[in-house]
Ligand binder design. Structure first.
Ligand SMILES: *Cc1c(COP(=O)(O)O)cnc(C)c1O
Length: 474
């Protein structure tokens, strides 16, 4: 055995040297992007060239440049011109907590493998539950992403609501859930993983304002029941990803209660609004939910992945993956809060609770209010800018920091406008000064902006519009 090589891998002095160098390099990166010394939000390369670069680098690259190359060849989330997908520019301190988690590698699944992170996680969960408006019976855990959290919540719902014991006996009946046609695709995916199939995913159409049409819930429910489908849950989006529009959680909650089904709120993006005094009204009715998902890595300045899954009644968090029903759990199992892995889908997870705790300890919960409130305010400001432009139109007045809009040259037909807006997006991507995304709503191609960076200003957004105009007219 070549022990020398192993000793080299674990050499503490190399760790120290590389670590200091890396922090210096990342500090420069942060300064460069936050202060816009570098003009670009992305240095776009096409996928095949990127692949070629790394194939070559593995053989010929200088390892001294490895970290630098990785850093440069990414999308610069901290640049104020990054206004694309809904991931946060992480607070730099949470890069350090990520480092702690990575080095200590306490997998948190059982108490001894993460004593601090298990205890800290409970404190975080209690705070979020209280902010939602849940009572003392509530609880939950942190897990690896909104996608996994939504699947877990639906599994909990199925366990709690359906008449049969599916966990032990398998599914005999056709089960179903109700969800807006605009919900994040991961809800559909979760339902399919659970074997519900097409027929078990009752897609509720949206209103003109793109929220779930709650007027037709009763009809949709009856139609499904008449077809022999046992509906066990309804999912509200807070907000839906493409448009940033919130479903009417209050009405959906009432409907769920009347029908005795589970009410799940997918607040992966906007659940953090519980911290915003100004915008918590967007979540009215969230306290009626049986389960709620909130991503820390979206509106809460944390690195991916860290997601809170909260339950109105903690018992459901504990029984999702248990052979027993809730009333069969022993007292000790009920109290067993510190063994996270019994409740989470994943076994090992990273020490994600320490990001939340560190932000709370250093800056107080006010920081979440300030961040969410500011970003939502910027969504409104951007919408105002668009509305003042003659050749631009909004898809909808935004309810959050997600804004869909498009360029619309006069006298153009739908198809050529769709093509034009697609071309605008591609131009912006390859140009790299701004990073934005796109979406299709009812057949129309829209440009989509999510203001995630608290340092993106009105001037930046106006510069984006100017750039699009110059492209279209030039
Ligand atoms: C982002 C998002 C998800 C997926 O969450 P991940 O953390 O990316 O897995 C689910 N639902 C909504 C509404 C989202 O915005």
């Amino acid at each position: 055995m070549n022990k020398k090589l192993l000793e080299q891998v674990y050499n503490t002095s190399d760790f120290n040297t590389n670590g200091h160098q890396l922090i210096d390099q990342l500090t420069l990166h942060l300064k460069d992007k936050l202060n816009e010394t570098s003009k670009k939000a992305i240095n776009w390369t096409n996928p095949d060239d990127e692949l070629e670069f790394w194939r070559n680098f593995l053989i010929n690259g200088d390892s001294n440049n490895l970290f630098k190359e990785i850093t440069n060849r990414t999308t610069y989330i901290h640049h104020p011109h990054y206004i694309g997908h809904q991931v946060s520019p992480p607070a730099p301190i949470t890069a350090l907590t990520s480092l702690i988690s990575a080095l200590l590698n306490n997998g948190t699944a059982v108490y001894e493998m993460g004593m601090s992170s298990n205890a800290i996680e409970r404190i975080i969960i209690e705070l979020i539950c209280q902010k939602i408006g849940f009572n003392d019976l509530s609880g939950g855990f942190l897990t690896s992403g909104g996608t996994l959290a939504n699947l877990t919540a639906l599994l909990s719902a199925r366990k709690a609501i359906t008449k049969q014991d599916i966990w032990n006996d398998g599914s005999q009946n056709q089960l179903g859930i109700m969800v807006s046609e605009e919900a994040h695709y991961c809800v559909d995916r979760a339902a399919r993983i659970m074997g519900l199939g097409n027929q078990g995913i009752i897609k509720v159409p949206v209103t003109e304002g793109f929220s779930m049409n709650t007027d037709i819930l009763a009809v949709k429910f009856k139609e499904a029941v008449d077809q022999g489908i046992e509906i066990f849950a309804i999912v509200g989006s807070a907000p839906s990803t493409a448009t940033g529009i919130f479903d009417d959680l209050e009405t959906i909650g009432k409907f769920a209660k009347e029908r005795n089904i589970w009410f799940h709120v997918d607040g992966a993006h906007g659940g953090a609004g519980i911290f915003s005094k100004k915008y918590k009204h967007t979540l009215k009715g969230i306290d009626q939910a049986d389960s709620v998902v909130i991503d820390g890595h979206k509106m809460m300045m944390m690195p991916a992945l860290t997601t809170a899954l909260l339950f109105k009644n903690e018992v459901h968090a504990k029984t999702t993956f248990s052979q027993k029903a809730d009333y069969l759990l022993s007292d000790s199992e009920h109290e067993d809060w510190y063994n996270s892995g019994k409740r989470t889908f994943e076994c090992t997870k990273n020490m994600m609770a320490i990001h939340w705790f560190t932000l709370l300890k250093l800056y107080g919960e006010e920081i979440f209010d300030i961040n969410v409130t500011h970003l939502y305010d910027m969504g409104v400001q951007f919408a105002n800018i668009i509305e003042q432009e003659t050749n631009f139109e909004l898809a909808l007045r935004p309810m959050s920091n997600i804004v869909c809009f498009r360029y619309c040259a006069p006298d153009s037909d739908i198809e050529s406008l769709n093509i034009l807006n697609e071309k605008i997006r591609q131009f912006l991507l390859e140009d790299g000064e701004f990073y934005i995304v796109q979406t299709k709503l009812k057949g129309l191609h829209y440009l989509r902006v999510t203001i995630m960076n608290p340092f993106t200003t009105e001037q930046h957004l106006k510069a984006l519009i100017a750039k699009i105009k110059a492209y279209v007219t030039g």
